[in-house]
Design a protein around this ligand. Structure first.
Ligand SMILES: Cc1cc2nc3c(=O)[nH]c(=O)nc-3n(C[C@H](O)[C@H](O)[C@H](O)COP(=O)(O)OP(=O)(O)OC[C@H]3O[C@@H](n4cnc5c(N)ncnc54)[C@H](O)[C@@H]3O)c2cc1C
Length: 392
């Protein structure tokens, strides 16, 4: 493998592999470095919003996701802590180009990485990046070490160094390519995410469901593999009270919502819990000089709207154009970085606004008790909110 590339991408989630594929297709030499080995579980609600269809189709991966059995998600249901609920039918929302999809991250991320390789990107798995620095004019140096078996039993593998004209930070919420990591840590909220797959969940009628309960909210959606993803946000005291027993958190905290309790009455967990947190919501992150950020590294919004993956995929598409210009210019200039930020802001402005609005409903049961019956009485309001998450 060469040690110098036009672009090194740190992180092989949807944002990183999509950016790698868009750039490799244009003829740039691209290396994607991913800490884990595919397929690997990832904490996520695994609901791909209808908005993700466009970038997936333009990448050439949508047909594979459909062929792999990702069930269509035709609408959404939102319930308040008392179990009153409102629904939205995606087909009735102006501008929506098809149903959403339920797809396990094990599958989606593996398909995206395979696609990036097919179009010419190098994807190196089990390699953890430790630092990104500028050495000389417009020459970025990425240092890291192999992990897993290749890292040696004691993790004593030698450091490896890669050089690039541009580095794309696609390494998620704790991105080491972000210059404001301390601020992100300070702004963390006390919410933790937990996720598992379940069999025997009551019929969801093709919808993604969000149920609000005291201390958080949780989502259910049928995903590829014939199971249901259950992904729940809970606060630290609830975890502590249950002594970290996540099945107890599910039955005592999450199932305090009567609709969730009914859905989960006959459910069986079919894999291990995955957890993460505390979460920090920062819409616009500052990149290190010479880097551009995509996906959660560029900004993490409340997961309520299920827009994270769609934004990572679309953001990668937008970023690829700016990265291409930066490579041709010999590196990321402040003007290029500014132009990219401006386009991101205008692309995602409305989605970020709706995410903030919905966070108030999802994390404040009292607000949910007012908002949900209102949405049930005035269905056009729900359609308006879903419509506002479409690209502006
Ligand atoms: C509770 C919860 C529920 C969610 N539910 C949904 C949902 O239903 N729908 C939706 O669209 N979005 C959802 N999201 C958001 C979604 O998961 C993210 O927006 C999406 O994963 C962003 O993709 P990404 O590629 O930017 O980052 P990630 O998916 O986080 O990928 C980052 C990658 O970088 C790798 N990495 C990290 N550090 C290094 C390093 N130092 N060296 C090498 N590799 C590294 C990681 O291993 C990882 O593979 C949810 C998020 C949470 C927290």
């Amino acid at each position: 493998m060469p040690d110098a590339f036009d672009v090194v991408v740190v992180g092989g989630g949807p944002g990183g592999t999509a950016a790698g594929a868009f750039l490799a297709r244009e003829g740039f030499s691209v290396l994607v470095l991913e800490r884990a080995a595919y397929p690997r579980p990832r904490l996520c609600g695994e609901f791909l919003s209808p908005e993700a269809r466009g970038p997936l189709a333009r990448l050439g991966v949508l047909d594979r996701v459909l062929a792999a059995g990702a069930p269509p998600v035709t609408g959404a249901l939102l319930s308040d802590p008392a179990g009153r609920y409102a629904t939205v039918d995606f087909a009735r929302v102006a501008g929506v180009g098809g149903p959403g999809l339920g797809v396990q991250r094990m599958l989606l991320d593996t398909l995206l990485a395979a696609h990036a390789r097919e179009v010419g990107a190098e994807v190196r798995e089990e390699f953890a990046v430790a630092s990104v620095t500028i050495e000389g004019p417009a020459r970025l140096v990425v240092r890291g070490r192999p992990t897993g078996a290749a890292g040696g039993a004691q993790g004593g593998a030698a450091e490896e160094v890669f050089r690039a004209r541009v580095v794309v930070g696609a390494d998620g919420r704790s991105s080491l390519c972000a210059a404001d990591r301390e601020e992100a840590r300070r702004r963390a909220v006390p919410h933790f995410g937990i996720k598992a797959h379940f069999g025997g969940v009551e019929e969801l009628s093709g919808r993604v469901e969000i149920h609000v309960y005291p201390g958080g909210y949780g989502g259910l959606v049928a995903v590829s593999g014939g199971v249901v993803n259950g992904c729940f946000l809970v606060k630290a005291p609830a975890l502590k009270a249950a002594r970290g027993d996540l099945d107890r958190v599910l039955s005592e905290v999450v199932c305090a919502n009567p609709v969730m309790r009914r859905r989960m009455a006959g459910a069986t967990r079919v894999d291990a819990w995955v957890s993460t947190g505390p979460l920090a919501y920062l819409a616009g992150r500052r990149p290190l000089p010479g880097t551009l950020l995509v996906g959660d590294a560029a900004g993490f919004i409340d997961p309520f709207t299920g827009e994270g993956m769609a934004m990572a995929l679309r953001g990668a598409e937008v970023a690829a154009r700016h990265v291409a210009a930066a490579v041709r210019a010999g590196g990321v200039t402040p003007e290029l970085a500014g132009a990219y930020q401006a386009e991101r802001r205008s692309e995602f402005r409305r989605r970020l606004f709706v995410a903030r609005l919905l966070r108030a409903v999802a994390t404040r049961p009292r607000v949910a008790r007012v908002a949900v019956p209102m949405l049930a009485r005035v269905p056009a309001l729900g359609r308006l909110l879903v419509g506002a998450t479409r690209t502006s």
